[in-house]
Ligand binder design. Structure first.
Ligand code: NAD
Ligand code: DAU
Length: 361
């Protein structure tokens, strides 16, 4: 049975990945989830798996070498899937230091701990050990509006925000460990994810939350920036497939060929929520395009991201499965039906949940 060490598993993508992996492999794998639980980590996302014998949660900081070494010493880890990071561009603009600490130093800590645990005396590695570093398409910078321009694995790095610069640095560290120590790793660079359990600082859940509360819907700049949206479970599947079928030391781009302008996303959310709300619901009357408010643009706002997922398709056979029109409806419906989840993450109640569930462990 393989043992996975997942970092940042209480976050948006990490929790969807853990839920996906248990759905796929059941009792055939073991997962240790290491997360320090910043504002973005929420154990409520993992309610469905927390009672399992083959799941363990450990609250620890990926920058804490002693704590990470201890986890490797006490467990024979086969796979590391490294999600933990500070992930929000706007926060990186106001407070860049924590992004350098978590994303760069935290990744260095994970690499060093895994290398120490896995390396044989002759510089080879124990059989079958693999590290997957989860990264972003933002490292490639920004594309103009030429519809034939895409990010490939060979596109030079050109990060603009402190967030993407910190992720680019962490990617470079992983590449350096692969080149220098033949460290058994892969990197995935993925486009914008959407789906359940995303913290409402990000565009889609923020707009849904505000729309249901009758608040203004802030659109940065002219609303015509383009993102390439991928349903989060498709990303989880890609990560698993890269780890099991990808060539070691390779980078794979992951994306949905699904470019949308931000304003289009906002209008889709309004239209879909109006379909969900009963005519008798008083919120419906106010939920119109009039809520859309153009606000000051994000500093250094990248214009367009678009991934060419050709390599992962050709080598591994991965393709996105969820059509955007279905995925976005499913997502909006999920937030609509789970307003309690939203209330908890916006009120800090999940801290109480953590105390209740884990204070005696
Ligand atoms: P998130 O902010 O929702 O979750 C991050 C998780 O990491 C949280 O649970 C948080 O508590 C944890 N964490 C933060 N600092 C930590 C530390 N020092 N020690 C231990 N845990 C810590 O992020 P996300 O959107 O799920 O993104 C996960 C990863 O995927 C990130 O590396 C991000 O760069 C990458 N990524 C995200 C997207 C996207 O669209 N969200 C797209 C491509 C790649
Ligand atoms: O491309 C992958 C990246 O996608 C990930 O690496 C990041 O972790 C993830 O946060 C995401 O970054 P973005 O900056 O693209 O996502 P965000 O949801 O913050 O913004 C999406 C677009 O919407 C962007 O063009 C900015 C705009 N926006 C965002 C917010 C929060 C608005 O217009 N209004 C808003 O209130």
């Amino acid at each position: 049975m393989k043992t996975y060490l997942v970092t940042g598993g209480a976050g948006f993508i990490g929790s969807n990945y853990i839920n996906y992996m248990f759905k796929k492999y059941g009792n055939d794998i073991r997962i240790i989830n290491v997360d320090v639980l910043t504002y973005a980590g929420n154990l409520e996302n993992l309610r469905d798996v927390e009672g399992r014998d083959n799941y363990t949660f450990i609250r620890a900081d990926i920058c804490d070498r002693e704590a990470i070494d201890k986890i490797f010493a006490e467990n024979d880890i086969d796979r590391v899937v490294h999600f933990a990071a500070e992930s929000h561009v706007d926060r990186s603009i106001t407070n860049p230091e924590v992004f350098v600490k978590t994303n760069v130093l935290g990744t260095a800590t994970m690499l060093n701990a895994a290398r120490k645990a896995w390396e044989n005396e002759d510089g080879t590695y124990k059989e079958g050990k693999k590290f997957l570093h989860v990264s972003t398409d933002e490292v490639y910078g920004s594309l103009d509006e030429d519809p034939n321009a895409f990010f490939y694995e060979t596109t030079p790095y050109s990060p603009h925000s402190p967030y993407s610069a910190s992720k680019a640095s962490s990617d470079m560290l992983v590449k350096a460990y692969m080149d220098t120590y033949k460290f058994p790793a892969n990197i995935t660079n993925c486009s914008n994810n959407y789906g359940p359990y995303q913290f409402p600082e990000k565009l889609i859940p923020l707009i849904i939350h505000n729309a249901l509360e009758g608040k203004k819907l802030p659109v940065y700049g002219d609303g015509k920036n383009v993102r390439d949206w991928l349903y989060v479970e498709d990303h989880a599947k890609a990560i698993d497939m890269v780890q099991e079928k990808g060539r070691l030391f390779e980078t794979y781009n992951v994306g949905g060929h699904n470019e949308k302008q931000n304003i289009e996303i906002v209008k889709t959310i309004i239209d879909t929520l109006r379909e969900e709300l009963d005519d008798s619901d008083p919120r419906k009357e106010h939920l119109t395009y009039d809520l859309i408010t153009y606000v000051t643009d994000r500093k250094g706002h990248d214009r367009r991201y678009a991934i060419a997922p050709d390599k992962i398709k050709a080598e591994i056979g991965w393709e996105p499965e969820t059509m955007f029109k279905d995925g976005i409806k499913k997502t909006i419906k999920w937030y609509f039906e789970n307003q309690e989840w939203m209330d908890h993450v916006t009120s800090g109640d999940y801290e109480k949940y953590y105390e209740k569930m884990y204070s005696n462990r």
